[in-house]
Design a binder for this molecule. Structure first.
Ligand SMILES: *Cc1c(COP(=O)(O)O)cnc(C)c1O
Length: 491
């Protein structure tokens, strides 16, 4: 009946089980290519395999790993499969995985400089590195007026930007007294802007109606002339324009908004310009692709997600502001229990004032590992390969009798549609994904069902893209033949 002294895992056990877990992961990487990309389980199937209550007795680590294999793996959609061509990628890599492990082991909570100086200083430093590596405006550097911070997501970055924009536009009255008594605030974006900006408008108190969606051109990019007209109309109606979001590489079609023209309007009108390059931002590691961010020096804030295309595991969004004082003024709080000498000296950054939550993970460590393991040279190599492979797909689509391009493909996303129409496209996508051989998703462009072929998974190589394209063509040809024969007509 004697009670155990401790239930903790000892360092010796950590080493042994850690090796087992890493061995499982290495084996996973070796076989992920053979697993069905899109999970095939039915709703509730995973929960049905789990016991109704948490265990009363401790269990051995081997049982945990066994159930990872037996219960969890079938319910995984393999984002790390080289045949994952869906959405945008959520890449990981060896250095990111090991960085993540060490982050967990150090278990740092980096809310203040003082709660782990290295956590803050490494973050400031690698984000300065990225300003140089990506050719971003010098104002974003921490030794200029700006600075960078790692957020959990592009959604959080957009929210922080909008909150600062709102407060700046009202002379920080909204920061003090809230929205009451203010003219209705208005933000602008295009219908192709990521939904996180709509969510930010709701949270920031502008409401969904406070976000004006500006018409796009034939390439799905925001029209500056329409933006200027909307701002003028809102001012005439007594509203207060405060924020515009432009996107480099929209989620739907990788459209690129004209930053310079939008930025000039924002400057003239005193609006905060936030630029969202969540996926495409990584491309700027290649000088020949930087033209996509022309005009970025007019932005008040910018973000991209190393956790999408820069091989740094979720979560990691890099967010910069040109004027850090504006962001900090909006988000800073200083209760007595957080007071400390370093903060009061004014000589340090306390990143809790740059984000919504207080607590923060040591994400800079994994980003640092990735940047050092690959080097700029390695990152460029893989980005160029992905872009070249996608461009090859775009050429195949353009030359195909069954398909047509639905939008320009500036980088690594190809949007295309079958000439047989929407129902055909939906049926085709269902069949392709049911095969387990690949995973594609869709969007709607110009009101029409559109397939998206995204090339950006860390391990994707020419043979995966080649095989996927052959399968798409073969499946489409089979479907077209069925259609011609009058059977299996699309629903
Ligand atoms: C993916 C994406 C987002 C959202 O990213 P999170 O980090 O998941 O919030 C925002 N904007 C664009 C353009 C995206 O592609």
């Amino acid at each position: 009946m004697s009670e155990r002294q401790s239930y903790h895992m000892t360092p010796e056990e950590l080493q042994r089980h850690g090796q087992e877990a890493l061995a499982w992961l290495a084996r996973y990487q070796e076989r992920v290519e053979e697993l069905p990309v899109l999970s095939r389980v039915e709703p509730g199937a995973i929960r049905a395999l789990l016991p109704p209550s948490a265990p009363e007795e401790p269990e051995p680590f081997a049982a945990l790993l066994a159930d990872l294999e037996r219960i969890i793996l079938p319910g995984i959609t393999h984002w790390q499969s080289p045949s994952f061509f869906a959405y945008f990628p959520a890449n990981t890599s060896g250095p990111a995985i090991l960085g993540e492990l060490l982050i967990a082991g150090l278990g740092v909570q980096g809310m203040l400089w003082a709660t782990s100086p290295a956590c803050t200083e490494l973050e400031t430093h690698v984000l300065d590195w990225l300003v140089e590596l990506l050719g971003l405006p010098a104002a974003f550097r921490s030794d200029a007026s700006g600075g960078g911070v790692i957020q959990d997501s592009a959604s959080s970055a957009a929210l922080c930007a909008l909150l600062a924009a709102r407060d700046r536009a009202t002379g920080w009255e909204t920061n003090r007294a809230g929205l009451a008594g203010q003219a209705p605030l208005v933000a602008y974006a295009s219908p192709e802007t990521h939904s996180s900006v709509e969510k930010a408008a709701v949270i920031a108190g502008l409401g969904r109606e406070g976000l004006r969606l500006i018409e796009t051109d034939a390439n799905h990019a925001l029209r500056p002339d329409r933006l200027a007209a909307a701002i003028a109309a809102d001012r005439a109606a007594g509203r207060l324009p405060c924020f515009v979001c432009a996107t480099v590489g929209t989620t739907s079609s990788n459209a690129v908004d004209p930053l310079r023209a939008i930025g000039e309007i924002a400057r003239r009108e005193g609006l905060w310009l936030h630029v969202d390059g969540a996926m495409a931002g990584t491309a700027a590691i290649c000088p020949e692709l930087r033209h996509l961010q022309d005009g970025l020096e007019l932005a008040d804030s910018y973000c991209f997600n190393p956790h999408k295309w820069m091989f740094t595991s979720l979560d990691c969004d890099a967010f910069w502001v040109a004027d850090r004082a504006a962001l900090v003024r909006t988000l800073s709080v200083l209760p007595e229990y957080l007071r400390n000498r370093a903060t009061e000296s004014g000589a340090v950054i306390d990143y809790r004032d740059w984000q919504v939550p207080l607590g923060r993970r040591f994400r800079a460590l994994k980003l640092w590992f990735v940047l050092r393991w690959y080097g700029a040279e390695g990152l460029r190599h893989h980005v160029r390969r992905h872009v070249a492979l996608a461009q090859e797909v775009a050429r195949r689509v353009a030359a195909s009798e069954l398909f047509e391009l639905a939008a320009p493909a500036p980088l690594n996303l190809v949007c295309f549609r079958p000439r047989h129409g929407d129902a055909f496209g939906e049926r085709l996508l269902e069949r392709l994904n049911a095969s387990g051989e690949l995973y594609l998703t869709h969007t709607r462009l110009d009101g029409r069902f559109t397939l998206r072929f995204m090339v950006g998974q860390s391990q994707t190589e020419a043979r995966h893209v080649e095989r996927a394209w052959q399968q798409i063509e073969a499946e489409a040809a089979a479907l077209a033949a069925e259609l011609a024969a009058g059977e299996g007509a699309p629903r």
